[in-house]
Design a protein around this ligand. Sequence first.
Ligand SMILES: CC(C)(COP(=O)(O)OP(=O)(O)OC[C@H]1O[C@@H](n2cnc3c(N)ncnc32)[C@H](O)[C@@H]1OP(=O)(O)O)[C@@H](O)C(=O)NCCC(=O)NCCS
Length: 201
Amino acid sequence: MPPDTLVGRAVTVRDAVEADLPQITAIWNHEVLWTDATTDTEPRDPGAQREWFARHSAGYPIVVAATGPEVLAFGALSPYRPKPAFARTVEDSVYVKRGHRGAGLGDVILADLIRRARARGHHSMLARITSANSASLRLHARHGFVIVGVESQVACKHDHWLDVTIMQLPPDAFTGFGVVSSNEEIAPPAGEDSTSACRDR
Ligand SMILES: CC(C)(COP(=O)(O)OP(=O)(O)OC[C@H]1O[C@@H](n2cnc3c(N)ncnc32)[C@H](O)[C@@H]1OP(=O)(O)O)[C@@H](O)C(=O)NCCC(=O)NCCS
């Protein structure tokens, strides 16, 4: 479905710019304060939001779906773990402004993040989703993510325990982009599937 039919207005998906931060903050802080969509509990002030923006280098983009100056949704890729070995495994986040959900904006943002993850040579993509968030679970499943684990009662928010479901877009979905086998030191023994080789960076 083309984006411009999603909400009856032309919707552009583009890189986020600093001027978008107040609107991104408003979308994010509502979920932090009032819902279990994120396990974060501390709203971001403008300084914290600018730091978040600065942490997202070209390899870990932030995108927005916007109509004119209005940000309707945003998404981001982040390193899954800070350790260098995890540099090519990314975690996505997708947040749609209240009043615009159920119109496919989550689809548009997630599809764009998957495309960008591939283009940047990432090898694997995961999402950590609170287990009651059926809209996000379904969104990710529609894009090929599969459940690879459930962490039971790992986060306490709003006085109750939250389970976190981990979904992964299988590395096969990235075939031809991030997989390399030329690093002799870590090349697999003869006979082993060469697609399991990688090159650190
Ligand atoms: C989860 C989220 C990103 C999905 O994005 P979206 O653009 O609403 O996605 P969709 O349009 O594909 O709709 C999601 C589902 O909710 C249903 N839905 C319909 N109307 C809806 C509404 N007014 N509000 C929410 N969901 C609605 C859709 O029918 C769809 O169900 P389906 O998958 O069975 O078809 C979005 O709902 C959101 O931002 N939620 C709050 C933040 C959040 O949970 N982020 C993800 C953290 S992991």
